[in-house]
Design a binder for this molecule. Sequence first.
Ligand code: HEC
Length: 98
Amino acid sequence: MLPYRMIAAGLLLLAMPGLQAEGRDAALLAASCAACHGTQGHSVGGTPSLAGLDQLYFIEQMQQFKSGERPSSVMMKYARGYTEAEIRLLAKYFAAQK
Ligand code: HEC
């Protein structure tokens, strides 16, 4: 039988790469938005900035682009390329950008 503490430490180690992977995946996903929405969502052109957007608002907009409820020639195509889980990752990522 392994002592409790060793099991706890093992679980912690197992969980950590998962957290790091999430941050890396989000940054990778977000990189494809940078062409229009700027680096880390800081837009310099006419495209709306994504940095600091409320997560719920972000998710709603993406869902509305997907369904066509919010029409956009560009974003309707983009939003359809992402799963719900990816959209949640992106929402968290952009909300955290200051
Ligand atoms: C080819 C340019 C382009 C790319 C790439 C692009 N967007 Fe957009 N996005 C736009 C434009 C333009 C708008 C403004 C809505 C409109 O009128 O079409 C917009 C609007 C949005 C909005 C709504 C913002 C608001 O304030 O209401 C969100 C959210 C969004 N984009 C997310 C993303 C995400 C996430 C990605 C990457 C996965 C992405 N966009 C990639 C052009 C782009």
